[in-house]
Design a binder for this molecule. Structure first.
Ligand SMILES: Nc1ncnc2c1ncn2[C@@H]1O[C@H](COP(=O)(O)OP(=O)(O)OP(=O)(O)O)[C@@H](O)[C@H]1O
Ligand SMILES: [Mg+2]
Length: 228
């Protein structure tokens, strides 16, 4: 029996042109992630981890190769189709959080659920913010939150639609070990309860160790690591 993987990347490359120069950021990336699998994406600063995560979310298109999310070719969809696929299936935690500055913590978390017409967006957003330890910060604007608090709001926002695939760029990067441990529990609870596939970029050995598989990227190329 065969199962459609949650992620399949075939020979993906990314180049950017800066003036006269063409810079190769990713090259020959082939990767499969099964439904429900948990994967840590490791690699030095500048190796291409965030770029790859953005391509997997369809936020940007590769210059070569093809990416399938649960069997859907991202390249075959237009911008609107990719946005719909993201809204339905993918939660994304950006390295820089990207919270909307004029919305409160609660409103930021509610937004993706409201956009798709969920009636219970507010109670769910409140419950999630409580789970990430921000029950007392619901009405703060991002500028009034610490870096780690903004990160937790971004994580709650990524969870609210119970995505089939969660792509998280250093989700514990700004957190102390206790808060980080709480976020790690939340990530794996989502995986256990809903079968959410997790791909996390991380330098955190605890988080990487909890994942079933670690893959490493070095200068834009993937080195497949051992299965734990
Ligand atoms: N739009 C762009 N134009 C030019 N260069 C870019 C662009 N985006 C990324 N890069 C370059 O591509 C390389 C990979 O960047 P990326 O952000 O993916 O690294 P990373 O592995 O996430 O690093 P970090 O651990 O520091 O977050 C870097 O050298 C970066 O300077
Ligand atoms: Mg990065």
């Amino acid at each position: 029996m065969t199962f459609t993987p949650m992620i399949e990347a075939r020979n993906v490359g990314k180049e950017v042109t800066l003036g006269q120069e063409t810079l190769t950021i990713l090259e020959g990336i082939s990767l499969q992630v099964k439904v429900g699998e948990t994967v840590a994406l490791l690699g030095a600063s500048g190796s291409g981890k965030s770029t790859l995560l953005g391509l997997l979310a369809g936020l940007d298109l590769p210059s070569a190769g093809e990416i399938f999310i649960h069997g859907h070719s991202l390249g075959a969809l237009d911008e609107e189709g990719r946005a719909r696929l993201r809204a339905e299936q993918i939660g994304f935690v950006f390295q820089s959080f990207l919270l909307l500055p004029t919305l409160t913590a609660l409103e930021n978390v509610m937004l993706p659920a409201e956009l798709r017409g969920d009636r219970d967006a507010e109670p769910r957003a409140r419950a999630l913010l409580e789970r990430v330890g921000l029950g007392e910060r619901l009405h703060h604007l991002p500028a009034r939150l610490s870096g780690g608090e903004q990160q937790r709001v971004a994580i709650a926002r990524a969870f609210i639609c119970q995505p089939a695939l969660l792509l998280a760029d250093e989700p514990t990067g700004n957190l102390d070990s206790k808060t980080g441990a709480r976020i790690i529990e939340l990530l794996f609870e989502l995986n256990r309860q809903h079968g959410t596939t997790l791909v996390v970029v991380t330098h955190d050995p605890v988080l990487a160790g909890r994942c079933e598989r670690r893959i490493e990227i070095s200068a834009g190329r993937l080195l497949e690591q051992e299965v734990a």
